[in-house]
Design a protein. Structure first.
Ligand SMILES: [Zn+2]
Length: 429
């Protein structure tokens, strides 16, 4: 908050052209069999657009890319694109000049496949193909960040077709595969502090995942309508040099104290709107010294939970807190408080916190607190969000909420959280 750090463990990537510059790996990665996945994906994306393009182009027929698909390596660098140098870069891109798609088959794509699974490779290729679609629609005269999110949205629209079982390249993805894909998008975000108007800006992860989920849920027509005037962009630059220097993180102890106070004040003010009662201040105790809770409603294993029977919040300030702070950033700690206070609110209004729907309401309510932090008057602010905080929230949800733990997937939890962030309490209950 009030200045954010670049998150270790997530390895923010900067993006060149349309693509992706991965964090340096240890030594060269030997080429792997990724080209099969890439060309199968691209063929399937082409199948998708053959069917869908006429629906967003006023009936015009789809023309597949004429310049082909081109893997490259250090020893066999990419073709020249519009007079730009053909130097090797760990990247993937669409070249409008030659109407072709090229990718680094030596490092980037094998790394993404290994770390996040083949579906992310398909999504990256669908994103690149999205730029070819933009060229065909003739709508490329827009801010880079709009074009990039539109390409993310087109990739999501293709993914919905995969989910519907129509893909020739992929089986219907599991919730785990979806979460891995979202984790990959998180890694491909801009560096925190990038202004959305910057040349080459693709968006923070919060916005890119929104665009991607928009495509999944609402289809290519919604994506085709993206323009600067209707796209809510949360990516902002650091406001002061000091904030940039701190990376946007408060000192840990300050973050914990201010977040707890801020959550208490927020719920005191807001709770009467969603329940017919006042908010009673809730005790926050250190997990190491917490009384026995009996039937524990654990949020993050045993290190952070809301105890409904005795109505207190327990949080491990010695281990879990510092781990999240160091690995992700201060707003990951914010997400723990956001979740626990929202869980208490949900329980106090007599609703489930353990069903899938209940968990998603908790996530939405946690988002409503973030919404308040973003929109309240400046003088009311104990804390203010910094560039990168929303991405830390997404990273935290991926860390707590990955599919396979029995509850809803992180994909769904991020969607619910974002709804609260963008629209406030009213949409949650
Ligand atoms: Zn792009």
């Amino acid at each position: 908050m009030r200045a954010l750090r670049v998150v270790a463990g997530i390895m923010a990537l900067s993006l060149a052209g349309c693509g992706l510059v991965p964090a340096p790996s240890e030594g060269p990665t030997p080429p792997k069999k990724s080209s099969g996945v890439v060309t199968k994906s691209l063929d399937d994306v082409e199948r998708y657009w053959r069917e869908q393009y006429p629906k967003i182009s006023g009936g015009q027929k789809f023309q597949p890319v004429t310049g082909g698909f081109h893997p490259y390596t250090e020893s066999s660098p990419p073709l020249e694109c519009g007079g730009q140098s053909a130097d090797y870069q760990p990247n993937a891109f669409y070249c409008p000049d030659g109407d072709y798609i090229a990718w680094d088959a030596q490092n980037l794509i094998p790394q993404l496949q290994e770390q996040f699974g083949p579906l992310l490779v398909g999504v990256v290729m669908a994103h690149e193909y999205g730029h070819a679609i933009q060229a065909r629609l003739g709508n490329t005269d827009q801010q880079t960040v709009v074009l990039e999110q539109q390409a993310d949205c087109f990739a999501g629209a293709w993914l919905a077709d995969v989910q519907a079982g129509r893909s020739t390249a992929f089986e219907k993805p599991t919730a785990e595969q979806l979460d891995d894909t979202v984790a990959g998008i998180l890694m491909l975000r801009d560096q925190p502090g990038t202004p959305a108007v910057a040349e080459g800006a693709h968006g923070n992860a919060f916005d890119r995942i929104r665009a991607f989920q928009d495509g999944v849920q609402q289809g290519p027509r919604k994506c085709a309508g993206y323009e600067a005037g209707n796209l809510q962009v949360t990516e902002v630059p650091f406001s002061t040099r000091q904030e940039a220097a701190s990376g946007g993180d408060l000192p840990y102890a300050d973050a914990v104290n201010l977040l707890a106070q801020d959550a208490q004040a927020y719920w005191t003010r807001t709770f009467p709107d969603i329940a017919d009662q006042q908010w009673q201040p809730i005790r926050v105790v250190d997990a190491g010294q917490a009384p026995d809770c009996g039937d524990q409603d654990a949020a993050v294993e045993d290190q952070a939970y809301y105890c409904p029977g005795q109505d207190f919040i327990a949080f491990d300030t010695e281990r879990l807190g510092p781990q999240l702070y160091d690995r992700i950033g201060d707003y990951a700690v914010g997400m723990v408080f956001g979740d626990l206070f929202a869980r208490a609110a949900q329980d106090r209004r007599g609703e489930s916190t353990t069903s899938t729907a209940g968990q998603l309401t908790v996530d939405c309510l946690a988002g409503s607190w973030t919404n308040d932090q973003l929109t309240r008057d400046q003088e009311d602010q104990r804390i203010r969000l910094s560039p990168g905080d929303l991405d830390e929230a997404v990273a935290a949800l991926l860390a707590f909420g990955k599919a396979g733990t029995g509850g809803p997937s992180a994909f769904d939890r991020i969607f619910a959280y974002r709804k609260g962030v963008l629209e406030g309490t009213g949409v949650c209950v």
